[in-house]
Structure formats: C-alpha cells, structure tokens
Design a protein around this ligand. Structure first.
Ligand code: UT7
Length: 330
C-alpha cells in the first residue's frame, strides 16, 4: 500500500513511566524464574509497575503533557486525539475521552484504537490519514498500557515480560522536517489465539466461573509469536521502504517494538544494520505494549541518536496478529 503524508510532521514527543521499579531479582521472589533466564532470553533487567491506584489514563496524561510542552503548543490546539491501548481505564467510555477531559484538549475529537503492541503505529497511520482527509491541523497520539493489571503473576511465561508506560507524539500539518514518508500495515486474524485475554469481553464476561479459571489474564504462545514477530516486522519494514522508494541500506536508525532483545537483533541482522542504528531500551522497561514505540522514539531523540535528515523507521508487531511500519525523514 502506497501512501505519502506530505509534510505531516512529528513536532513533539514525550513519555512517562511509573516510579516503581520491579527488577528481575524482585521477580525471583514472585515466580520460579531467575535474573539470568530473563536477561538472556529477553534482554529485560527491570520494568516499571503502577501503584494500585494508578490507571492507564494517568500515565497517558503525563506523557501527553510532556509532548505538548516539547511541541510548544497549547492543549486547545489539538484537533484529534487517538489513544492506542489494550488496557483501557474502563470498557466504556474510551480512555481517550478520559484523557481529553483531564488534559484540557477541549477542541479534539477523541477515540481509542485496539491493535495491541502495534497500536501506536496504527494510531499514527489513522491520525495522519484523518489529518489529510478532514483537514485537522494538529493531532496527538498516545500509546499507553498498564498490562501489569492483566498479566497472571503466577505465570512465569508472561509476567516477566511486560511493564507499564505511556508515550505520546504531536503531529502537525505543513511543517518541513520529521515528515512521515510512507507506511505498511497488516493484520492476520488467524493468529487471534496466540496472544489474548480470554475473559472480560462479550464472549466470556466477568463471571466468577471465568475468573476462577484465571481467564481474565493474558495468555501467550511465546514461541509462535516470536517466529511471527521476527518474520512480519522484517517484511513490513521492507514494504514500507519500497513505498518510499528506499532500500534497507538507506535506514539511518530503526526503532523496533521492544518485545524481546533477541527479536530486535534478528531483525537488525536481516536488515544488515549495525548496533548503533538500532534502538534498544527493553532492559529498562520490558514490553510496554502500545507505549513501546513512542517511549523508544522519545528516548532516542533525547539521547541524540537521530539527526536531521536521517531516514528513521518505526516497526511493531502485536496481538491480533497486527503489524506495521512507518518511514520518517527526520
Ligand atoms: O509484544 C507482543 C509480542 N510478544 C512477543 O513478541 C513475545 C515473543 N516471545 C518471546 O519473546 C519468547 O518466546 C519468550 C521470551 C516468551 C520465551 O522465550 P523462549 O526462548 O521462546 O522460551 P520457551 O518458551 O521455549 O521456554 C524455554 C523454557 C521452558 O522450559 P522447558 O519446557 O524447556 O523445561 C519454559 O518453561 O524456559 C521456561 N521458562 C522460564 N524459565 C525461567 C519460560 N519462562 C520462564 C521464566 N523463567 N520466566
């Protein structure tokens, strides 16, 4: 799919993670695991976990406020807010409505999208498309997740992988630099069962029988997801590059979804990218789901890893199965 979002620019980014750090050593006291297993199999050393009283929108608001400040605009200037989350404050209404009110985005139309760890890529593509078709001048997307409240803290296969966080981006029309050039996205619903939270929706409502079977918690076939993630993100990056008439040798910097350091390294190897062209911060945050890409982008910018004129690629993969990539000329 070929699309050019002429002069839609990322003019501000920001992220927020909760203060509470949970290390691998802390996890050794929770499940039958070791710091060595987690570090060598995933690259994760620690992750941030919310307080009981904190919800997804609390993180979103803090990340959004930082992005607004860095973009140098007021909350009233935002025309559109899209929140990507898999862990909304409530089943209804959307976390975007909660966030709009508390951030004072009074002129914005707001809604959530559900695309799991690909959520921020989907949100960027949807926001850019609406900016073009509805003439919105300024948009904000926020990827925000509190999966610590959806993982089973007795399941070592999953609870060691995730962390909480939020990352935001502000987009503006008709600005030169940091422009979205092209994208690729896709979905394969035959993979629904590989990664899902079985209860809490209309198929298996919150009934004690479902809760007793721990169906309210995230379940994953890690091995199958791993194989798909490596394959899909690589092909998606190549397709997105092709749409911009670029090749893998043109990539100056890549920001992959932070699900597993080994997945990131496998993709970097296939793309023949040196270590200094690849963003990895999974050691500090684990997999923050929809927040992973905007957190990594904001850190890459503040660490001076991206220069003006660079070709930057964002790529993600998640439950659904969903995937997507975006090429940016910084
Ligand atoms: O963001 C959305 C996408 N999510 C992902 O992309 C995650 C993709 N999957 C993965 O990252 C990896 O598959 C995992 C990190 C989840 C697992 O790594 P793996 O190398 O595929 O390990 P495995 O599932 O093959 O498990 C190997 C062994 C098993 O023991 P046996 O059966 O060989 O005796 C597991 O029971 O490791 C065991 N194991 C653990 N041991 C210590 C699984 N989890 C743990 C643990 N600590 N936390």
């Amino acid at each position: 799919m070929l699309k050019y979002f002429d002069y839609i620019s990322i003019v501000g980014t920001g992220f927020y993670v909760p203060d509470r750090i949970m290390t691998n050593f802390d996890l050794e006291k929770v499940v039958d695991t070791t710091d060595d297993w987690i570090r060598t199999r995933t690259g994760i050393t620690e992750r941030r976990i919310v307080k009981d009283s904190e919800a997804t929108s609390d993180l979103a608001i803090k990340a959004g406020a930082i992005a607004l400040k860095k973009a140098g605009i007021t909350s009233k200037e935002i025309d559109l807010l899209i929140i990507a989350t898999q862990s909304p404050d409530y089943p209804l209404p959307s976390t975007a409505c909660v966030t709009q009110h508390r951030l004072g985005l009074t002129n914005a139309v707001c809604f959530d999208i559900s695309a799991a760890c690909s959520g921020s890529i989907y949100a960027l593509i949807v926001a850019a498309s609406l900016m073009k078709t509805c003439n919105y001048n300024t948009a904000m997307i926020i990827g925000t997740d509190v999966l610590s409240k959806s993982v089973d803290w007795s399941d070592r296969n999953t609870c060691v992988l995730f962390g909480d966080g939020a990352g935001a981006m502000v987009l503006k029309m008709n600005i030169k630099g940091r422009n979205l050039l092209s994208f690729d996205w896709g979905t394969d619903g035959s993979g629904v069962d590989l990664l899902k939270i079985p209860a809490g929706g209309s198929r298996s409502p919150i009934l004690s029988s479902n809760l007793n079977q721990r169906q309210q918690y995230l379940k994953m076939d890690g091995k199958k997801v791993y194989k798909q993630a490596t394959k899909m993100m690589y092909h998606s990056v190549i397709r997105a590059l092709n749409h911009a008439k670029l090749q893998k040798s043109d990539i100056d910097f890549i920001i992959p979804h932070q699900a597993n350091k080994r997945i990131i390294e496998a993709i970097a190897k296939k793309l023949a990218l040196a270590d200094d062209k690849v963003m990895i911060n999974i050691e500090n945050y684990g997999n923050t789901s929809a927040a992973s890409i905007p957190i990594a982008l904001d850190e890459a910018i503040s660490q001076g890893k991206i220069k003006d004129g660079d070709i930057v690629v964002l790529t993600a993969f998640g439950a659904g199965l969903t995937w997507g990539s975006i090429v940016i000329k910084w």
